[in-house]
Each structure stands twice: as structure tokens, then as C-alpha cells.
Design a protein around this ligand. Structure first.
Ligand code: MTE
Length: 340
């Protein structure tokens, strides 16, 4: 099988050591030639050569200067009772490799990112192809508050109050043809604005644009959200402005940011992390405590709440990130170990 069960020592390292320390150690070992790395990451380690002893690779940058606007949205019962991750952390602890691979890089490098004008194109196997402007995105579909859990494949999690609308609403309007089986998504490709797209070192070795995909029935599930905001305001660039996907039962890398294209097709589309490391990141990427990442356990996660990022509490990972009732039926006859 493609999944390798991690050795006990590997689980301990990842579970008990704060992520920044763990990563710095790995970088040091890599530099000493003790740990082998895949090519893009070896290159990246080389690029980081002067930074590693500072240990600040994952330090969240302070502040955000991008001006967000308030949004009016209907309240929904999603996420009632969940503990909220502070807005300051949602805005400064990010993964958006187009702006750099450190957690603080996106906020630091994206504040002048142009989100208006914007065009989101919906095409492929649909009867009514569409082009949505920035204003269409905010006004065409009634907005809802959706408070969701978010679980990153790196074994940390946040609870985030999103604003957006069901992807299903948009897809219904585009009117998928009977032959459509999958939905492919694409992030903006603009190396002038995105330093990670200009340099393999900055962008983590990814071949841009970042692409993602869902099966059509996953895309039509009412939980699947196109988000245009969080904490009652429009999205900040570092969180994927002006429009991003949120698929709360899947690992965070499926939730593609700053989308310019939605394309319906018959065959399963290629996805960025699967292209980069197919033995580690599959197409499905459903949150599953029983299917470990080849290099670490997925049985538990570090919840980012109040307090210092690295003193966050550990909690067990929930099957489908707690959304079993809403989505388990999508995978009834599927081997989730083989389809990781
Ligand atoms: N989308 C693009 N285009 N580029 C990225 O690097 N990172 C993904 C996802 N979407 C990513 C992306 C990963 S790994 C995660 S965990 C989430 O965005 C993080 O979302 P957040 O920074 O808003 O918390």
C-alpha cells in the first residue's frame, strides 16, 4: 500500500515537539546531510540556509494593512458551541505558498494584492458558462455565516467563522451537463504579484498555478462553501481574497484560495499536492484519524486557540473533521485507505 505506517519514534517527534522546533531540527539535519529531502524541498532548505538558527520560519507576522469591508450575512446554526480561533491568528498564521512557505509570509507579502477587479470564470461541461466580477461574487448569491472547523494536513486546526455561499448555488446556476463528473479549480497565476510564482525557492517548488478538484457530488454537498469573507468582513489576501473554497471535512490544502477558474469535466482533474508528492497527498484528502500521513500520525491535532501558537492543546482528530453525518454517505463503498 502507498501509505507507510510511521515508526513510534516518528509519531513522538511530531506529537510532542512544537512544529517550529521540529522543522528547524529537520532543516539542520538536512543541511548536515542526515535527512534526505525531495528536490524542491532540498532547494528550499538551501534557500533558508541563513534563516534556520533564528527559528522564526513559522513565526506569525504582525498586522495586516489590507482594508477589509463589512459583509451582511444570514446567521446559520453551523458550528454552534465551537471555540473560536482568534481573528489575529487566522489572519497571520497561513499557508499560501504563492506568497512564501513560512506561516508569516502570506500576510507579509500579500497586502498589496489586487482583488478588485477580479473575474471568476465557470466553464467546461455546463450549459450556462459564467463570468463573475468582484461585485457579482459579493452580491449575486445570498451570503451566510458558516462557522467551520478547519484541519490542516500538517496536524493543526482552527475554528473559523466564514462568510460565503454554497458552491452548489453557483453550480446550479451554471447548469452542469449530464456528463460532468468532477469540478476543477484554479488559483490566479500572476508572478508579478505573487513572489512564490516567480521563484521556486520562495514558492516551495510548486508548479503554479495551484490547482484543486472535487467530485461533482462533493462539490454539490451543502457544506462545500465558496467563501468571500471571515469574521463578518471580506477576506484578506492571505486568506484567499476575493474568493476561496472551504471544504471542511477535507484537509486544508483542498480549500484553494484566490480562485479564477471553475471548470467542470468528465475525468478526475490533477491537483497540486498530488502532483508534487503523490505518495503523501491524494485526491480525496478526507480528514481521517486512521490514515496517517507517511511521515506523521493524523490521530491527533494541535488546536490553535487563545494563547501562544505552540502551546496549543492537543485534541483527537475527528473522522471527516466532525462532519461525518453530512458527508459519510459520499464514501460508503470506498476504501478510504486506498483513496487517501
Ligand atoms: N491555496 C493556494 N492557492 N495556495 C496554497 O498554498 N494552501 C492550502 C489552502 N489553500 C494553499 C491554498 C493549505 S495547505 C491550507 S492549510 C489552507 O489553504 C490554509 O488556509 P488559511 O491560511 O486561510 O488558514
Amino acid at each position: 500500500m502507498l501509505i507507510r505506517v510511521p515508526k513510534k519514534s516518528e509519531i513522538k517527534e511530531n506529537e510532542l515537539t512544537p512544529e517550529s522546533v521540529y522543522k528547524s531540527r529537520r532543516e539542520i539535519l538536512k543541511k548536515l546531510g542526515i535527512v534526505t529531502a525531495s528536490l524542491p524541498f532540498a532547494a528550499q532548505a538551501q534557500a533558508n540556509i541563513f534563516g534556520i538558527f533564528g527559528g522564526d520560519d513559522d513565526k506569525a507576522a504582525d498586522g495586516t494593512t489590507f482594508v477589509r469591508s463589512p459583509l451582511v450575512a444570514e446567521k446559520t446554526p453551523y458550528g454552534k458551541g465551537l471555540e473560536t480561533t482568534p481573528e489575529s491568528k487566522v489572519l497571520t498564521y497561513n499557508n499560501f505558498y504563492e506568497f512564501g512557505t513560512g506561516k508569516g509570509d502570506p500576510v507579509e507579502n500579500s497586502q498589496n494584492f489586487v482583488v478588485n477587479p477580479w473575474t471568476l470564470e465557470v466553464d467546461g461541461l455546463v450549459n450556462k458558462p459564467m463570468k463573475l466580477s468582484y461585485d457579482d461574487l459579493l452580491k449575486k448569491f445570498p451570503l451566510e455565516d458558516r462557522f467551520y472547523r478547519m484541519r490542516c494536513v500538517e496536524a493543526w486546526s482552527m475554528n473559523i467563522p466564514w462568510v460565503g455561499f454554497s458552491l452548489a448555488a453557483l453550480l446550479k446556476e451554471a447548469d452542469p451537463m449530464g456528463s460532468a463528473k468532477y469540478v476543477a479549480f484554479e488559483t490566479l497565476h500572476d508572478p508579478k504579484q505573487m513572489p512564490g510564482q516567480r521563484s521556486q525557492f520562495v514558492g516551495g517548488g510548486i508548479d503554479y498555478p495551484y490547482v484543486e478538484g472535487l467530485r461533482l457530488d462533493e462539490a454539490m454537498n451543502p457544506l462545500t462553501l465558496l467563501s468571500v469573507g471571515l469574521f463578518g468582513q471580506t477576506l484578506a489576501p492571505q486568506n484567499g481574497a476575493p474568493v476561496r473554497l472551504v471544504v471542511p471535512w477535507k484537509y486544508g490544502f483542498k480549500s484553494i484560495k484566490s480562485i479564477v477558474k471553475i471548470h467542470l469535466l468528465e475525468a478526475q482533474p490533477a491537483t497540486t499536492w498530488n502532483l508534487l508528492a503523490p505518495h503523501e497527498y491524494g485526491f480525496y484528502a478526507n480528514v481521517n484519524p486512521q490514515v496517517d500521513h507517511p511521515r506523521w500520525s493524523q490521530a491527533s491535532e494541535r488546536f490553535i486557540g487563545e494563547g501562544s501558537i505552540f502551546s496549543s492543546r492537543r485534541q483527537p482528530t475527528a473522522m471527516f473533521n466532525g462532519y461525518q453525518e453530512e458527508v459519510a454517505h459520499l464514501y460508503t463503498d470506498m476504501n478510504l485507505k486506498a483513496n487517501y
